[in-house]
Design a protein. Structure first.
Length: 151
């Protein structure tokens, strides 16, 4: 078996941006197909015991919580799966690995996902780092010790 990092092809900034756009659209569609029916059922169940604004506020809160959970699971489960990539990354021939080029587990994918908050909080500089670091790593990749490679 050959070393996965003998000749690595790191995924650059624009490949990763395009993969994110694809994944954002796909995860939004998945979220809508899950959240809308649940919100509708919530409204029907609460019709007798709450006012319209109360139902709307509750459904909105539930939708936000479900949206966060679905997005978290979308990125974390796909990147720690045998695909090693979200559908958007897979379409572009990208995969997420550990620093040695191996598949990452759920814990590392989880750390990578939540550390993207830091990448965003510092004026998205954590994401822009992908364009300027030697191994095309963002702050979240450095925190989780991950790489994004082209196949």
């Amino acid at each position: 078996m050959t070393d996965p990092l003998s000749d690595p092809r790191y995924a650059g900034f624009w490949y990763r941006v395009l993969a994110w756009v694809i994944d954002y659209v796909l995860s939004l569609i998945v979220t809508l197909f899950i959240v809308l029916p649940i919100g509708f059922l919530y409204g029907v169940m609460m019709m007798e015991s709450a006012t319209g604004p109360e139902i709307e506020a509750g459904a909105e809160g539930l939708g936000h919580i479900l949206g966060i959970v679905i997005a978290w699971l979308y990125w974390t489960v796909f990147e720690s799966s045998g695909w090693q990539a979200t559908p958007g990354k897979r379409m572009l021939g990208l995969r997420v690995t550990d620093a040695e080029g191996n598949r990452i587990g759920f814990g590392r994918a989880n750390a990578r996902y939540w550390s993207k908050i830091l990448s965003a909080l510092i004026l998205f500089i954590g994401f822009l780092m992908v364009a300027f670091t030697r191994r095309k790593q963002g702050l979240h990749d450095l925190i989780a010790s991950t790489l994004v490679l082209r196949r």
